[in-house]
Design a protein around this ligand. Structure first.
Ligand SMILES: [Zn+2]
Length: 346
């Protein structure tokens, strides 16, 4: 891996239009059965090739084999009824018909382990694999069994831990838990969110990351962002606790957002995947735009702990746009890498 400023993405990348409807969340598959299985693998290989062409150092599956970052994982669990959905408000923001927890949740089988092994076969680069975090899972379901968000999160954490350990054994170098809900439910984060996250990551021999963001560039999220005021200080609530946690890496949103850069100081000591690509806008950053965000972050992050990334997943973007943004990320990181090695920064 590149010694300095290794690049990665937050997670999802657009799927090819022959596999799923583009620019759509929860997009239905266009293939069935054996063709679908083969199509997902082909898309995973394409996604890997696109990341490598853009100079991305830590690669992922681009989430090509899953319909959605939370629900696809839940579909593989027992105790959840997907037929009789209930309408619920997700992250206090938008309504969705969600599955219902009807009895004790169980992990019936490995969910992504075969896909991770497949990715491992095709690259020697470090691999990052994203899983939903326990709190975000709880927030994407209607619970008719546990009667306690904390208890349900704890069960999910144990299930995630099993999956994460098998992913690590399959050759995954970094397991990332996606917790956008950490930017909304601050009291829950304090009372059980971090503990559940640590439970999910317990005993893992690979590195662990948590991704906390302001969401995909969908309308419900952009409307919500308009209510947050000129300075987004949500990270201020969670970072001091994450700094004390067992999690190795924090993945966060920095580019074009209203997050004051000095908040990064609150997690000093952790490796930071700093979002330098805006996923809520189709405008493609220049490498210089990326470099500017990274230079700003370097005021608060040590160079050996800064890992350039995207603000969030790019699944809802047009594929050509996502490809260009990946290239800008790779080229922007290279600019700053050169400046650091020449000693022309700081
Ligand atoms: Zn995100």
């Amino acid at each position: 891996m590149t010694a300095l400023l290794p690049t990665s993405t937050a997670g999802s990348l657009p799927k090819p239009s022959w596999l799923a409807q583009p620019e759509t969340l929860w997009s239905p598959w266009k293939l069935d059965d054996g063709e679908l299985a083969e199509g997902k693998r082909d898309a995973l290989r394409l996604s890997l090739a696109e990341q490598q062409a853009a100079g991305i150092d830590i690669v992922s599956d681009g989430e090509q084999t899953r319909q959605h970052f939370v629900t696809t994982f839940i579909e593989n669990l027992g105790g959840v009824d997907f037929e009789n959905r209930r309408v619920m408000t997700i992250r206090d923001r938008y309504e969705a018909a969600v599955p219902v927890v009807v009895e004790a949740v169980t992990r019936k089988q490995a969910v992504f382990v075969e896909d991770a092994a497949f990715l491992r076969q095709h690259t020697d680069a470090p691999i990052k694999w994203a899983l939903p975090g326990p709190m975000t899972m709880v927030d994407t379901l209607y619970d008719a069994h546990y009667g306690s968000r904390r208890d349900l999160a704890w069960e999910f954490a144990a299930i995630l831990n099993q999956e994460a350990k098998e992913l690590a054994a399959a050759g995954v170098d970094i397991v990332q838990f996606d917790e956008p809900a950490f930017n909304v439910f601050f009291d829950d984060v304090k009372s059980w969110g971090i503990a559940a996250l640590e439970r999910a990551a317990e005993g893992l021999e690979c590195e662990t990351a948590v991704h906390i963001c302001y969401g995909y560039g969908i309308e419900a999220n952009t409307d919500w962002k308009k209510t947050l005021g000129s300075e987004w200080r949500q990270y201020e609530e969670t970072f001091p606790r994450l700094r004390e946690s067992s999690i190795d890496i924090v993945s966060l949103e920095c580019h074009n957002s209203h997050v004051p850069m000095e908040l990064l100081e609150l997690v000093r000591g952790k490796k930071l995947m700093v979002g330098a690509i805006d996923v809520a806008s189709p405008a493609v950053e220049t490498p210089q735009d990326v470099a500017t965000t990274l230079r700003n972050a370097l005021q608060f992050v040590d160079p050996d702990q800064l890992w350039p990334s995207t603000n969030c997943g790019m699944a809802p973007l047009p594929r050509t746009v996502a490809r260009a943004k990946l290239a800008a990320l790779g080229a922007g990181a290279e600019i700053v890498r050169r400046e650091l090695s020449e000693g022309s920064l700081g």
